[in-house]
Design a protein around this ligand. Structure first.
Ligand code: MRU
Length: 381
């Protein structure tokens, strides 16, 4: 029985059990629940989202984070937003319903700018809702059901894509004993299993236990708090390092591959991911180590020719000067805090998608790999 108030538990999930970062409870009149990732690894705390503002804030504050999970949460957030708007009506004129739908989608689109999965999911929700608004009078029940069905599909597809990415990535890691990863591209960042971590989990499932070096990932420590935790939960041997130790780890021959996720991949393969990823790719090239990106097709933005056009989120100075509640820099110091950087395609040995492996990473190969799903690809920011 799931309690209807926020659930805090200090008990860990059973070893090997995957945490669920996003969960919808009930039917079209049900509710979205999110795992508060800012409280990990200290506690597993799940909270309900009674309105769309809660969903927006959860995305902005990184309570739910990771490109695919943001998209999934936003999709359910559209259902939540429309529930609110339609609370006291059983039907309304098509134009009014469409206008409310646009309002909710536009609002959620302002939560974070870089992960294109957010806009991809909102576009799908808007299209589904628009179809349901095609009749002169729109029934509340029909519209909510249609929206929920689409959100559930997005959620289920991501689950499938993550497992396929895992299967496709195993081969590339076959000759590695040690792997370095950055940020968190695991089950917490997706429906389950992850993208970069999926390849590591799939290798483990196939009997190949890799040793994973985990960048702590300044300033918000997604590597230390989330990836290290996920790897422990699954029994994958892992060593936590400060970001600045990556070069030394490579020079000592401890890793034979670097693998990360992505937030937005342009048509030529340039890939935006957590700040620090670009530096890792440069280091990997300097040490002759392959650098891989693992991402679903929902992370590609073929409307952008190159990474130049990817919007980079700028975050609050306090994340650097007083992260986690302790001041570590003088008051008044100027701060620059871009949350992401772009790794040029030429530094990426391969991009692992659910549809296969893109290598070498060129515009032609990206288009060839993703062509059949071209109409589903995102085209806005
Ligand atoms: O700021 P975050 O924590 O949302 O950043 C997440 C990342 O950079 C991940 O590597 C990326 O979204 C891929 S998640 C499968």
């Amino acid at each position: 029985m799931v309690p209807s108030t926020p659930t805090a538990t200090s008990s860990q999930t059973a070893r090997g059990a995957a945490p669920r970062s996003v969960r919808w409870e009930g039917a079209a009149d049900g509710q979205l629940w999110l795992l508060d990732q800012t409280r990990l690894p200290a506690e597993l705390f799940e909270f309900p989202c009674p309105n769309v503002q809660t969903v927006w804030e959860a995305i902005r504050q990184l309570k739910v984070r990771g490109a695919p999970a943001i998209g999934i949460a936003a999709a359910y957030g559209v259902v939540t937003g429309m529930q609110e708007h339609l609370e006291s009506v059983s039907e309304l004129p098509s134009a009014a319903a469409q206008s409310l739908l646009d309002q909710v989608c536009d609002y959620l689109a302002t939560s974070r700018p870089t992960a294109v999965n957010l806009f991809w999911a909102l576009d799908r929700m808007r299209t589904a809702g628009t179809t349901a608004c095609a009749t002169k009078l729109v029934k509340r029940e029909d519209l909510l059901q249609r929206l929920l069905q689409t959100a559930v599909e997005i959620h289920a597809e991501d689950r499938e894509m993550c497992h396929a990415i895992g299967r496709n990535g195993v081969e590339l890691l076959r000759s590695a004993q040690g792997v370095l990863t950055h940020c968190n591209a695991g089950g917490l960042a997706t429906a389950e299993y992850g993208t970069a971590l999926a390849a590591i989990f799939a290798a483990q499932d196939a009997g190949h236990l890799l040793h994973v070096y985990v960048d702590e990932t300044r300033p918000l420590l997604q590597g230390a708090r989330l990836t290290a935790w996920e790897l422990q939960q699954r029994g994958v041997p892992a060593t936590l390092i400060c970001d600045s130790m990556a070069a030394q780890v490579m020079r000592e021959g401890r890793v034979q591959a670097v693998i990360t996720g992505a937030d937005r991949i342009a048509a030529n393969g340039d890939s935006a991911n957590k700040i620090g990823t670009y530096g890792l790719a440069v280091l990997a090239a300097a040490h002759g180590i392959p650098f891989y990106i693992a991402a679903p097709s929902s992370t590609f933005d073929l409307s952008l020719e190159s990474g130049e056009g990817i919007p980079i989120e700028q975050r609050a100075a306090e994340e650097i000067t007083e992260g986690f509640g302790r001041r570590t820099a003088p008051l008044g110091i100027e701060v620059y805090n871009p949350a992401f950087d772009v790794t040029p395609a030429k530094l990426i040995r391969a991009i692992i998608t659910e549809q296969g492996i893109i290598s070498p990473v060129t515009t032609e190969n990206v288009r060839r790999q993703l062509q059949p799903h071209g109409e589903l690809l995102p085209g806005r920011n």
